[in-house]
Design a protein around this ligand. Structure first.
Ligand SMILES: C[S@@+](CC[C@H](N)C(=O)[O-])C[C@H]1O[C@@H](n2cnc3c(N)ncnc32)[C@H](O)[C@@H]1O
Length: 336
């Protein structure tokens, strides 16, 4: 693999502008995949018209959203504004989910500011007709912090449902072998092993996921230029647990296209969007690259195949639609 990573595209507006002419989607446009029927839109999650256009009458069994977290490193807004924006994309999600459906939302909690926006988001969700199901924490290997505080290594994942959606228990088993055989209970004077635990040699992930490697530049799935890529294994676990082959899976914050790739690998159809045409292009190229090579990302190369000797094309246009931001990655998801 060529050692030629892109810089973080949210903090390097020159690289971002150089890539713009290579993008096939402009704002408002949708790419429709002619092989599996996936859709990638350069659209806005909070726009009801955009989401109606994306789905054109279809409904989804599962939504997996990973919005910007309202942390300092990602363009922090007043909390009321952020929550109002969240309620808009929850509302657009609700409008295209099937009656029996699951909704997963990744969210941060700022330990230096009353854990915002997590509690406000949880309270806001009470106004919607979703039931809470689980509060999952995924453990990162690398964290951020000081010598005077616990290292921050957690990623929060909220799981909601409506109606009676699928939950495929097989997806919950990890690769970690069981050491203890589980607990025993007495039934009619006989000691018996708990039934579900007896079915697998491996332990269940439960709602604290400790078995997933955070993405870093040496991994095949690394997508350089992206600053908030979720591990494919985490998204595949959700896709396998909460949808069935052929179902529509939504992701309104595509970025590196992790949900698109997970849907492809598990025979689901993905409808995903990003407001940024460069991230839409990266997501589509990641899918195409997987189909051509079987690879999950570019490791330390990049989606645009620009070797070091031929520099990126000269920048054009006015610059990113988002404010370039030079602050530290507070999710702890930056590349090592
Ligand atoms: C945290 S990243 C998602 C990471 C993704 N789960 C992955 O694994 O690559 C958030 C993405 O949301 C996009 N975004 C921000 N506001 C948006 C909006 N209103 N509608 C659609 N996408 C938006 C950003 O451009 C960014 O790419």
């Amino acid at each position: 693999m060529i050692n030629d990573p892109l810089p973080r595209l949210d903090t390097n507006s020159q690289a971002w502008r150089a890539l713009l002419p290579l993008c096939r989607l402009k704002k408002g446009e949708i790419w429709i995949d002619d092989q599996s029927g996936h859709r990638v839109g350069c659209l806005n999650a909070s726009s009801a018209a955009d989401i109606a256009k994306l789905m054109s009458g279809e409904t989804a069994t599962l939504a997996i959203h990973d919005p910007p977290y309202n942390l300092v490193a990602f363009d922090e807004r007043p909390i009321e504004q952020y929550i109002d924006w969240c309620s808009q994309w929850i509302s657009t999600t609700e409008s295209v989910l099937a009656p029996n459906a699951s909704l997963y939302v990744w969210l941060g909690a700022d330990q230096n500011n009353h854990f915002q926006p997590l509690p406000e988001f949880m309270l806001m969700m009470r106004a919607f007709r979703f039931q809470t199901r689980s509060f999952i924490t995924m453990r990162n290997q690398r964290g951020y912090g000081t010598q005077k505080n616990w290292m921050a290594v957690r990623q929060e994942l909220l799981y909601y449902i409506r109606g009676n959606p699928p939950f495929n228990i097989d997806a919950e088993y990890t690769d970690i072998p069981k050491i203890l055989r589980g607990y025993y209970k007495e039934v009619k004077g006989q000691m018996t092993e708990n039934g579900q635990r007896g079915k697998s040699e491996n332990i269940r992930a439960g709602n604290v996921w400790v078995d997933i490697q955070q993405v870093f530049y040496r991994m095949d799935e690394n997508v350089s230029g992206c600053y908030a890529q979720k591990p494919l294994k985490s998204i595949e676990r959700i896709v396998r647990a909460s949808s069935n082959p052929g179902d529509w899976v939504l992701d309104f914050f595509a970025h590196s296209g992790t949900t698109l790739l997970a849907a492809e690998r598990h025979q689901r159809r993905c409808a995903t969007i990003d407001t940024d045409p460069v991230f839409c292009e990266i997501a589509i190229r990641r899918l195409e690259h997987f189909r051509q090579t079987g690879k999950l990302g570019w490791q330390n190369g990049n989606a645009f195949g620009q070797p070091r000797s031929s520099p990126l094309p000269a920048p054009v246009g006015e610059g990113p639609t988002h404010a370039p931001n030079s602050k530290r990655d507070a999710r702890g998801e930056g590349r090592a």
